[in-house]
Design a protein around this ligand. Structure first.
Ligand SMILES: NC(=O)c1ccc[n+]([C@@H]2O[C@H](COP(=O)([O-])OP(=O)(O)OC[C@H]3O[C@@H](n4cnc5c(N)ncnc54)[C@H](O)[C@@H]3O)[C@@H](O)[C@H]2O)c1
Length: 305
Protein backbone atom coordinates (compact mmCIF):
# COMPACT_ATOMS: atom_id res chain seq x y z
CA UNK A 1 0.00 0.00 0.00
CA UNK A 2 1.03 3.62 -0.41
CA UNK A 3 0.80 5.29 2.99
CA UNK A 4 1.33 8.91 4.02
CA UNK A 5 2.58 9.18 7.61
CA UNK A 6 2.48 12.62 9.23
CA UNK A 7 4.89 13.02 12.13
CA UNK A 8 6.98 10.16 10.73
CA UNK A 9 10.23 11.68 12.03
CA UNK A 10 8.93 11.58 15.61
CA UNK A 11 9.09 8.94 18.31
CA UNK A 12 6.08 6.80 17.35
CA UNK A 13 5.95 7.84 13.68
CA UNK A 14 9.51 6.72 12.97
CA UNK A 15 8.87 3.25 14.46
CA UNK A 16 5.64 3.06 12.45
CA UNK A 17 7.38 4.12 9.22
CA UNK A 18 9.99 1.39 9.74
CA UNK A 19 7.26 -1.20 10.42
CA UNK A 20 5.40 -0.20 7.22
CA UNK A 21 8.59 -0.33 5.14
CA UNK A 22 9.29 -3.79 6.59
CA UNK A 23 5.81 -4.91 5.40
CA UNK A 24 6.64 -3.72 1.90
CA UNK A 25 4.50 -0.57 1.97
CA UNK A 26 5.51 2.56 0.09
CA UNK A 27 5.86 5.26 2.76
CA UNK A 28 5.81 9.04 2.46
CA UNK A 29 6.68 10.95 5.61
CA UNK A 30 5.47 14.52 6.15
CA UNK A 31 7.16 16.19 9.10
CA UNK A 32 8.31 19.75 9.82
CA UNK A 33 11.00 18.50 12.23
CA UNK A 34 9.71 20.77 14.99
CA UNK A 35 10.39 17.93 17.45
CA UNK A 36 11.22 15.12 15.01
CA UNK A 37 14.63 13.94 13.83
CA UNK A 38 15.44 13.49 10.13
CA UNK A 39 17.75 10.51 10.73
CA UNK A 40 14.92 8.57 12.43
CA UNK A 41 13.07 8.32 9.09
CA UNK A 42 13.91 5.01 7.39
CA UNK A 43 15.95 5.57 4.19
CA UNK A 44 13.38 3.63 2.12
CA UNK A 45 10.68 6.22 2.94
CA UNK A 46 10.25 9.42 0.98
CA UNK A 47 10.68 12.40 3.27
CA UNK A 48 8.94 15.76 2.87
CA UNK A 49 10.09 18.50 5.22
CA UNK A 50 6.62 20.03 5.30
CA UNK A 51 3.90 21.40 7.54
CA UNK A 52 0.49 19.77 8.07
CA UNK A 53 -1.02 23.26 8.33
CA UNK A 54 0.25 24.19 4.86
CA UNK A 55 -0.80 21.23 2.70
CA UNK A 56 -1.14 23.40 -0.41
CA UNK A 57 2.66 23.71 -0.45
CA UNK A 58 3.24 19.95 -0.81
CA UNK A 59 0.10 17.92 -1.57
CA UNK A 60 0.52 18.15 -5.35
CA UNK A 61 3.91 16.40 -5.07
CA UNK A 62 2.51 13.30 -3.42
CA UNK A 63 0.28 11.65 -6.04
CA UNK A 64 -2.50 9.39 -4.81
CA UNK A 65 -2.24 7.39 -1.57
CA UNK A 66 -4.22 4.49 -0.10
CA UNK A 67 -4.10 5.64 3.51
CA UNK A 68 -3.08 8.54 5.73
CA UNK A 69 -1.81 7.88 9.26
CA UNK A 70 -1.83 11.15 11.14
CA UNK A 71 0.56 11.41 14.09
CA UNK A 72 1.97 14.93 13.69
CA UNK A 73 0.95 16.90 16.76
CA UNK A 74 2.02 19.03 19.63
CA UNK A 75 2.17 16.48 22.44
CA UNK A 76 2.67 18.41 25.66
CA UNK A 77 -0.31 18.70 28.02
CA UNK A 78 1.21 21.65 30.00
CA UNK A 79 2.01 23.45 26.72
CA UNK A 80 -1.63 23.07 25.67
CA UNK A 81 -2.72 24.77 28.90
CA UNK A 82 -0.35 27.71 28.38
CA UNK A 83 -0.88 28.02 24.62
CA UNK A 84 -4.38 26.64 23.92
CA UNK A 85 -4.61 28.38 20.55
CA UNK A 86 -1.35 26.75 19.40
CA UNK A 87 -2.65 23.36 20.51
CA UNK A 88 -5.94 23.93 18.70
CA UNK A 89 -4.12 24.96 15.53
CA UNK A 90 -1.75 22.00 15.39
CA UNK A 91 -3.92 19.27 16.85
CA UNK A 92 -7.44 20.13 15.64
CA UNK A 93 -7.02 22.43 12.63
CA UNK A 94 -4.05 20.26 11.59
CA UNK A 95 -6.24 17.14 11.73
CA UNK A 96 -8.95 18.77 9.62
CA UNK A 97 -6.31 19.92 7.13
CA UNK A 98 -5.05 16.31 6.91
CA UNK A 99 -8.60 14.95 6.45
CA UNK A 100 -9.12 17.35 3.52
CA UNK A 101 -5.71 16.42 2.15
CA UNK A 102 -6.42 12.69 2.53
CA UNK A 103 -9.58 13.06 0.41
CA UNK A 104 -7.66 15.17 -2.12
CA UNK A 105 -5.07 12.37 -2.35
CA UNK A 106 -7.78 9.72 -2.79
CA UNK A 107 -7.11 7.97 0.54
CA UNK A 108 -9.78 5.46 1.60
CA UNK A 109 -8.43 5.12 5.13
CA UNK A 110 -7.42 7.63 7.78
CA UNK A 111 -5.90 6.77 11.13
CA UNK A 112 -5.58 9.31 13.90
CA UNK A 113 -3.24 9.19 16.88
CA UNK A 114 -5.55 10.02 19.75
CA UNK A 115 -4.83 9.67 23.43
CA UNK A 116 -6.02 8.36 26.78
CA UNK A 117 -6.04 12.08 27.71
CA UNK A 118 -9.48 12.11 26.03
CA UNK A 119 -10.86 10.28 29.10
CA UNK A 120 -9.55 12.83 31.57
CA UNK A 121 -11.29 12.70 34.88
CA UNK A 122 -13.08 9.34 34.68
CA UNK A 123 -12.57 7.13 37.74
CA UNK A 124 -14.35 3.92 36.66
CA UNK A 125 -11.59 1.64 35.36
CA UNK A 126 -10.85 0.19 32.90
CA UNK A 127 -11.57 3.12 30.60
CA UNK A 128 -13.85 2.09 27.76
CA UNK A 129 -14.19 3.72 24.36
CA UNK A 130 -17.98 3.89 24.57
CA UNK A 131 -17.99 5.11 28.18
CA UNK A 132 -17.73 8.70 29.42
CA UNK A 133 -14.98 11.17 28.44
CA UNK A 134 -14.23 14.30 30.47
CA UNK A 135 -11.01 15.79 29.12
CA UNK A 136 -9.23 17.99 31.70
CA UNK A 137 -6.73 19.70 29.37
CA UNK A 138 -6.87 21.51 26.03
CA UNK A 139 -4.70 18.68 24.69
CA UNK A 140 -7.33 16.09 25.69
CA UNK A 141 -10.17 18.32 24.47
CA UNK A 142 -8.58 18.85 21.06
CA UNK A 143 -7.81 15.13 20.68
CA UNK A 144 -11.45 14.38 21.54
CA UNK A 145 -12.64 16.99 19.03
CA UNK A 146 -10.22 15.63 16.41
CA UNK A 147 -11.82 12.18 16.84
CA UNK A 148 -15.26 13.72 16.23
CA UNK A 149 -14.02 15.53 13.11
CA UNK A 150 -12.53 12.27 11.87
CA UNK A 151 -15.74 10.27 12.42
CA UNK A 152 -17.86 12.99 10.84
CA UNK A 153 -15.52 13.32 7.86
CA UNK A 154 -15.51 9.56 7.38
CA UNK A 155 -19.32 9.35 7.30
CA UNK A 156 -19.60 12.20 4.79
CA UNK A 157 -16.72 11.10 2.52
CA UNK A 158 -15.75 7.73 1.14
CA UNK A 159 -13.35 6.99 3.93
CA UNK A 160 -12.89 4.71 6.94
CA UNK A 161 -11.71 6.63 10.00
CA UNK A 162 -9.96 4.85 12.85
CA UNK A 163 -8.86 6.75 15.95
CA UNK A 164 -6.42 4.99 18.27
CA UNK A 165 -6.42 6.18 21.87
CA UNK A 166 -2.90 5.45 22.98
CA UNK A 167 -2.07 4.64 26.60
CA UNK A 168 1.37 5.56 28.03
CA UNK A 169 3.75 4.77 25.19
CA UNK A 170 7.44 4.15 25.92
CA UNK A 171 10.46 3.02 23.96
CA UNK A 172 13.67 3.99 22.17
CA UNK A 173 13.75 7.56 20.75
CA UNK A 174 11.19 8.94 23.20
CA UNK A 175 11.92 12.44 24.38
CA UNK A 176 11.56 13.30 28.04
CA UNK A 177 9.06 16.07 27.30
CA UNK A 178 5.48 15.38 26.31
CA UNK A 179 3.11 12.56 27.10
CA UNK A 180 4.03 9.36 28.87
CA UNK A 181 7.64 10.41 29.31
CA UNK A 182 8.24 8.83 32.73
CA UNK A 183 10.13 5.83 31.31
CA UNK A 184 12.30 8.13 29.17
CA UNK A 185 12.94 10.40 32.16
CA UNK A 186 13.91 7.48 34.39
CA UNK A 187 16.16 5.93 31.72
CA UNK A 188 17.85 9.28 31.05
CA UNK A 189 18.47 9.84 34.75
CA UNK A 190 19.79 6.28 35.17
CA UNK A 191 22.10 6.62 32.15
CA UNK A 192 23.58 9.84 33.53
CA UNK A 193 23.85 8.55 37.10
CA UNK A 194 21.29 11.06 38.40
CA UNK A 195 18.84 10.28 41.19
CA UNK A 196 15.29 9.67 39.93
CA UNK A 197 12.43 11.90 41.07
CA UNK A 198 9.11 10.25 41.87
CA UNK A 199 6.15 12.62 42.16
CA UNK A 200 3.85 11.40 44.94
CA UNK A 201 4.47 8.11 46.75
CA UNK A 202 4.98 6.01 43.61
CA UNK A 203 1.79 4.00 44.10
CA UNK A 204 0.15 5.71 41.10
CA UNK A 205 -0.41 3.32 38.20
CA UNK A 206 -0.24 3.57 34.42
CA UNK A 207 -0.95 1.33 31.43
CA UNK A 208 2.44 1.26 29.69
CA UNK A 209 2.66 0.04 26.10
CA UNK A 210 5.81 -0.52 24.05
CA UNK A 211 6.23 1.68 20.97
CA UNK A 212 6.68 -1.33 18.65
CA UNK A 213 3.21 -2.55 19.69
CA UNK A 214 1.76 0.90 18.96
CA UNK A 215 3.41 0.84 15.53
CA UNK A 216 1.79 -2.57 14.90
CA UNK A 217 -1.60 -1.17 15.95
CA UNK A 218 -1.36 1.65 13.40
CA UNK A 219 -0.40 -0.85 10.68
CA UNK A 220 -3.00 -3.41 11.83
CA UNK A 221 -5.61 -4.31 9.20
CA UNK A 222 -4.57 -1.51 6.85
CA UNK A 223 -6.55 -2.16 3.70
CA UNK A 224 -9.12 -4.18 5.68
CA UNK A 225 -9.95 -1.99 8.69
CA UNK A 226 -13.64 -2.79 9.24
CA UNK A 227 -16.01 0.11 10.01
CA UNK A 228 -14.93 3.51 11.33
CA UNK A 229 -14.28 3.30 15.07
CA UNK A 230 -12.31 4.44 18.09
CA UNK A 231 -10.04 1.87 19.76
CA UNK A 232 -7.89 1.92 22.86
CA UNK A 233 -4.33 0.81 22.25
CA UNK A 234 -3.00 -0.50 25.55
CA UNK A 235 -1.90 -3.61 27.38
CA UNK A 236 -4.86 -3.65 29.78
CA UNK A 237 -2.46 -4.10 32.71
CA UNK A 238 -1.36 -1.56 35.30
CA UNK A 239 2.10 -0.95 36.63
CA UNK A 240 2.84 1.35 39.54
CA UNK A 241 5.72 3.80 39.31
CA UNK A 242 7.52 1.85 42.07
CA UNK A 243 7.05 -1.42 40.13
CA UNK A 244 8.44 0.33 37.07
CA UNK A 245 11.54 1.33 39.03
CA UNK A 246 11.98 -2.23 40.24
CA UNK A 247 11.81 -3.70 36.72
CA UNK A 248 14.16 -0.99 35.42
CA UNK A 249 16.62 -1.84 38.17
CA UNK A 250 16.47 -5.52 37.18
CA UNK A 251 16.93 -4.96 33.43
CA UNK A 252 19.66 -2.32 33.84
CA UNK A 253 21.54 -4.04 36.65
CA UNK A 254 21.71 -0.63 38.34
CA UNK A 255 21.00 0.19 41.95
CA UNK A 256 18.20 2.68 41.32
CA UNK A 257 18.06 5.62 43.75
CA UNK A 258 15.05 7.90 43.87
CA UNK A 259 13.70 10.88 45.77
CA UNK A 260 10.04 11.66 46.26
CA UNK A 261 8.51 15.05 45.46
CA UNK A 262 5.05 16.60 45.65
CA UNK A 263 2.44 14.98 43.35
CA UNK A 264 2.07 16.99 40.14
CA UNK A 265 -1.07 19.09 39.90
CA UNK A 266 -3.58 17.53 37.53
CA UNK A 267 -1.99 14.07 37.55
CA UNK A 268 -4.58 11.31 37.84
CA UNK A 269 -3.68 8.51 40.26
CA UNK A 270 -4.57 5.49 38.16
CA UNK A 271 -5.02 4.83 34.47
CA UNK A 272 -6.04 1.58 32.81
CA UNK A 273 -7.55 1.20 29.35
CA UNK A 274 -9.86 -1.65 28.40
CA UNK A 275 -8.52 -3.85 25.58
CA UNK A 276 -11.89 -5.51 24.87
CA UNK A 277 -12.82 -3.54 21.72
CA UNK A 278 -9.29 -3.69 20.31
CA UNK A 279 -9.31 -7.46 20.82
CA UNK A 280 -12.56 -7.69 18.85
CA UNK A 281 -10.61 -5.81 16.15
CA UNK A 282 -8.02 -8.60 16.56
CA UNK A 283 -5.30 -6.37 17.96
CA UNK A 284 -3.38 -7.39 21.06
CA UNK A 285 -0.14 -5.87 22.41
CA UNK A 286 2.67 -8.42 22.46
CA UNK A 287 5.71 -6.96 24.21
CA UNK A 288 6.17 -7.82 27.91
CA UNK A 289 7.13 -4.82 30.05
CA UNK A 290 10.55 -6.24 31.01
CA UNK A 291 11.46 -6.80 27.35
CA UNK A 292 10.30 -3.35 26.28
CA UNK A 293 12.11 -1.69 29.18
CA UNK A 294 15.31 -3.60 28.43
CA UNK A 295 15.29 -2.36 24.82
CA UNK A 296 14.53 1.18 25.96
CA UNK A 297 17.27 1.09 28.59
CA UNK A 298 19.85 -0.11 26.02
CA UNK A 299 18.90 2.78 23.72
CA UNK A 300 19.34 5.38 26.46
CA UNK A 301 22.55 3.72 27.66
CA UNK A 302 24.03 3.78 24.14
CA UNK A 303 22.91 7.27 23.18
CA UNK A 304 23.33 8.81 26.63
CA UNK A 305 19.92 10.44 26.25
N1 LIG B 1 3.98 9.34 23.30
C1 LIG B 1 2.84 9.02 23.90
O1 LIG B 1 2.83 8.43 25.00
C2 LIG B 1 1.51 9.35 23.25
C3 LIG B 1 0.36 8.99 23.93
C4 LIG B 1 -0.86 9.29 23.35
C5 LIG B 1 -0.92 9.89 22.11
N2 LIG B 1 0.21 10.23 21.46
C6 LIG B 1 0.08 10.85 20.13
O2 LIG B 1 0.90 10.14 19.21
C7 LIG B 1 1.38 11.03 18.21
C8 LIG B 1 2.88 10.94 18.08
O3 LIG B 1 3.45 11.31 19.32
P1 LIG B 1 5.03 11.16 19.61
O4 LIG B 1 5.15 10.78 21.04
O5 LIG B 1 5.66 10.32 18.57
O6 LIG B 1 5.48 12.70 19.46
P2 LIG B 1 6.68 13.37 18.66
O7 LIG B 1 6.75 14.80 19.11
O8 LIG B 1 7.92 12.54 18.78
O9 LIG B 1 6.17 13.30 17.16
C9 LIG B 1 5.35 14.28 16.58
C10 LIG B 1 5.94 14.60 15.23
O10 LIG B 1 5.10 15.55 14.58
C11 LIG B 1 5.92 16.54 13.95
N3 LIG B 1 5.11 17.76 13.82
C12 LIG B 1 4.62 18.55 14.81
N4 LIG B 1 3.92 19.58 14.30
C13 LIG B 1 3.96 19.45 12.94
C14 LIG B 1 3.44 20.19 11.86
N5 LIG B 1 2.72 21.32 12.07
N6 LIG B 1 3.66 19.76 10.59
C15 LIG B 1 4.39 18.63 10.37
N7 LIG B 1 4.92 17.88 11.37
C16 LIG B 1 4.71 18.28 12.63
C17 LIG B 1 7.12 16.69 14.86
O11 LIG B 1 8.26 17.24 14.20
C18 LIG B 1 7.35 15.24 15.31
O12 LIG B 1 8.24 14.56 14.47
C19 LIG B 1 0.87 12.41 18.59
O13 LIG B 1 -0.32 12.67 17.86
C20 LIG B 1 0.56 12.28 20.07
O14 LIG B 1 -0.43 13.21 20.46
C21 LIG B 1 1.44 9.97 22.00
Amino acid sequence: MKVLVTGGAGFIGSHLSAALVARGDQVIVVDNLSTGTRSFVPPEARFLDADILLPDTWKNDVGTVDAVIHLAAQISVPFSETYPMEDLRTNLQGTLAMLETASFLGAREFRLASSAAVYGDVSALPLRELGPSHPISFYGLNKWAAEQYLLHWATTHEMIGIALRLANVYGPRQRTAGEGGVVAMFCEALASGTTLTVHGDGSQTRDFIAVQDVALAFAHRLGNPGPSAVYNVSTGTTTSVLDLIEVLGAVSGQNVRYLTAEPRIGDIHDSLLSTALAEQWEFRAQTPLAQGLEETWHYFQQTGR
